[in-house]
Design a protein around this ligand. Structure first.
Ligand code: FES
Length: 152
């Protein structure tokens, strides 16, 4: 190797500064872009690949009670009728999309936003909701209450 070739192969101060500046700018750009991309892209859904979620446990739902649960990115509601039947619905009110809840004193589903009332079939019975709540399929396995979207 000639002395000139060895000198050219040695890193120069200019090359080192260029590398430092390039990586610094890259790191700054990455630190700005990463949060922006995370903000724009939706988070992964909590809904399983099978579209089934564990909505709750039978032991925590005595007859005449209800609870909300997370179904993917939206809330769901599971109710135990006074007769003990387990039913599940979307908890998104069909009026203006507030979250509905079970009212033990009324023994039906209620939306606090505009005093909307739904029967335990998910059908609007009073107030402004225009349509029934979306009903889900329920499978009780032991103590576990599994909920999935209705097919078809
Ligand atoms: S959003 Fe539920 S009654 Fe209006």
């Amino acid at each position: 190797m000639s002395p000139n070739a060895a000198a050219e192969a040695k890193p120069t101060r200019r090359a080192w500064l260029s590398w430092l500046l390039g990586t610094s700018l890259g790191a700054v750009a990455l630190s700005i872009l990463y949060p922006l991309v995370r903000y724009v892209l939706p988070p992964p859904s909590a809904e399983s690949q099978t579209g089934r979620v564990l909505a709750g446990r039978r032991s925590e739902l005595p007859p005449g009670s209800g609870k909300t649960f997370r179904f993917g990115a939206k809330p769901g509601i599971v109710v135990a009728t006074p007769g003990g039947e387990i039913r599940a619905f979307s908890a998104v009110c069909t009026h203006l999309a507030c979250t509905v809840q079970y009212r033990k004193d009324l023994q039906h589903i209620w939306c606090a936003c505009h005093d909307g009332h739904y029967s335990l079939e998910g059908v609007p019975i009073a107030g402004p909701p225009p349509r029934p709540l979306e009903r889900y399929d329920v499978a009780v396995k032991g103590d576990e209450i599994w909920v999935s979207r209705q097919q078809g």
